[in-house]
Design a binder for this molecule. Sequence first.
Ligand code: NAD
Ligand code: TYD
Length: 341
Amino acid sequence: MKNILVTGGAGFIGSAFVRHMVEQHPEYNIIVYDKLTYAGNLDNLLPVSDEPNYRFEQGDIASRETVRRAFQAHDVDTVVNFAAESHVDRSILNPDAFIHSNTVGVHILLDESRQHGVGRFLHVSTDEVYGDIEPGYFSKEGDKFAPNSPYAASKAGGELLVRAYHITHGMDTVVTRGSNTFGPYQYPEKIIPFFVTEAIDDKPLPVYGDGMQIRDWLYVDDHALGVATALFNGKSGEAYNIAGEHHEHNINVTHRILDLLDKPRSLIKHVPDREGHDLRYAMNCDKLRELGWNRLYTFDSALEATINWFKENEWWWRKIKTGEYLEYYKKQYAARLAAAE
Ligand code: NAD
Ligand code: TYD
């Protein structure tokens, strides 16, 4: 392992992993390969952009030629695939891009990796492949897949291809399945950065349905460390859950955000629910712990740090909340908010 291609490294979790690897592991060359979709942002990589072991290549994982060129130009021997369309609501509005990047793109990246003789291929997946989880149960790595959104189904498709390349071609693959992640540099469409930035501007917070859905919250640096642990210590062909093990109803998360920002609860608007909304995600992550991983952050301290980061870094998010973002906001929320009034 020497030259590591990190696809999707300009996104939220990928950039946290890249910042960690570039700073803590000067013995590796880190090459970010990213299409720079609406969610890809080179500002996320500014802290490492001048480091000698960091490189950037723009490209689509579903484009054979550009993938091949990047493999050859950087003598890539390891791949860590974060590249994906990642937002469930967008997958309901427009699923095509999800199949392109999360399923077809994974296939092309795998196939080119095999032909180039790449060693370890780590694929970043999600707890959403397990689907809606009954109260009291915690998903284990061997559980069946039951994806419910186009996003989750496209990720499950990508993962199954990773499995197939391991079994059919003997590729050295490892999969991680992370839970809902939050922290600095998260695109402000996911609930925490969306609600924090809207509340700062005294705008309404659209809670889907009754807000009693449960997510398992994981801080981004703990997610990045989990991926690094699986990359270095994971067993070939295995999958590893990475969970925050902090379960909260959405409405409670919303209350905490408002309280920490000293904003009134009257900003909350209960709007029509998301179609096919999974009620609960929860995972067991003992298997990753056995590899030596442990979380470093509690939910409370991480949420406070995240909110402070958004308060102190308006330069980062204000320019994002323009143009395409506003188009998306209108499609996703205009009718919902009108229905709530
Ligand atoms: P993100 O949307 O912030 O970033 C995705 C990145 O991938 C962007 O930089 C984008 O430009 C790039 N990208 C998208 N399609 C591409 C393509 N075809 N070719 C090359 N680059 C492409 O996403 P994120 O939240 O950082 O998620 C990263 C990974 O982690 C994804 O695979 C996602 O499914 C998974 N995941 C996310 C969460 C979460 O809560 N955000 C939880 C578990 C797993
Ligand atoms: P999200 O951050 O989109 O992540 P995911 O769908 O991958 O879990 O949503 C987290 C939870 O918050 C989910 O139950 C949907 C809910 N939610 C709202 O109630 N309102 C919103 O505006 C958004 C974006 C999410």
